[in-house]
Design a protein around this ligand. Structure first.
Ligand code: SAM
Length: 308
């Protein structure tokens, strides 16, 4: 099946070394996608272990169901990971041994010309990971006022020309598809910067459509609550906006004192650290990994062990 063959999990050996601590454990792959990591976990999992394979993308779920239909150790569930604490499979199996977030879009979504994630093929402005979601890229590109668009381009794309590009989009409406949006951006920036600007604006619209940063901010504390003491949480991010949130959360949770600054005296006695960091800095890919798998170039991997 092409969908599965196409995906090579990024940094699989390093991720498994950090995540997999018990062959009879229960693991949540919160972004199961094409099932690359689920398959890796299963390679070392005993019959009494479990993997909960979660994704918000209906197409990924259908493929995961087929891929693992004969394996009783896998439970497939469609959900937004921001709601993982309420997911019935998670609540049935908690506390969990390990939780993995391999963030962003899958290669399959990028390669599917109908879904509008890539500017390389013309497609309707959609970009929804969850096709039941109400907001589409067209709603953002053709519906937001100039200030709201500028905020999206700036906050989610870190685009220095956010204001100029937002005004250009508003005056070129209606913009019918991904090719038209890319062409409009091209005509508004120096040619040397075209590729970067298109990538930043497409990323920004995608993050807005899928509320990706909100989902991550909700998911991280919820995931920590579902883990057992000694359990591991691994977050793989592909751009600085995501990585910053993971880094901040892990830093806050690993500090001895988590009393809010407005509390005049420390009430916790410095005994409040919830996690221990596995690596002092985010793990990045080596050159040979990037050669094998170009998606690894931008990955940052952070791992925490729950200690209380
Ligand atoms: C990089 S791919 C994961 C690839 C996967 N690790 C594998 O080995 O095949 C990211 C996946 O996360 C899913 N995803 C992104 N945000 C999500 C969210 N908030 N809730 C659930 N799934 C999400 C996407 O639909 C996509 O399938």
């Amino acid at each position: 099946m092409r969908y599965y063959g196409a995906h090579k999990p990024v940094m699989a050996a390093d991720v498994m070394e950090r995540l997999f601590i018990d062959p009879s454990g229960v693991y949540l792959d919160a972004t199961a996608g094409a099932g690359g990591f689920v398959r890796r976990i299963l390679e070392s999992l005993k019959d009494d272990g479990r993997v909960i394979a979660m994704d918000r993308d209906e197409e990924a779920i259908r493929h995961l169901q087929v891929m693992f239909e004969d394996d009783d150790r896998v439970v497939v569930t469609r959900d937004n990971f921001s709601k993982l604490a309420l997911n019935p499979e998670v609540t049935a199996y908690r506390p969990l041994t390990g939780i993995l977030f391999d963030l962003g879009v899958s290669s399959h979504m990028l390669d599917d010309p109908t879904r509008g994630f890539s500017h390389r093929a013309d497609a309707p402005l959609d970009m929804r990971m969850d096709t039941d979601g109400e907001l589409t890229a067209s709603d953002v590109v053709n519906g937001y006022d100039s200030h709201a668009l500028e905020r999206v381009f700036r906050d989610f794309g870190e685009e220095p020309r956010a204001g100029k590009l937002a005004r250009a989009v508003v005056s070129a409406r209606p913009i019918e598809g991904t090719a038209a949006l890319a062409e409009l951006l091209r005509t508004n920036v120096p040619w040397r910067e075209e590729a970067k600007v298109i990538a930043r604006v497409f990323q920004a619209v995608r993050i807005e459509v899928n509320r990706e940063l909100d989902a991550l901010e909700e998911a991280l504390p919820a995931a920590l609550e579902q883990l057992k003491v000694g359990g591991r949480m691994v977050v793989m991010s592909y751009h600085s906006l995501e990585d910053r949130r993971a880094k901040q959360f892990f830093r806050d949770m690993s500090r001895n004192c988590t009393c809010p600054p407005e509390v005049p005296m420390c009430m916790c006695g410095g005994e409040n650290a919830r996690i221990r960091l596995h690596d002092r800095k985010a793990l990045q890919a080596h050159e040979d990994e990037v050669e094998r798998n170009p998606r690894a170039r931008s990955v940052r991997i952070r791992t925490a062990e729950k200690i209380r």
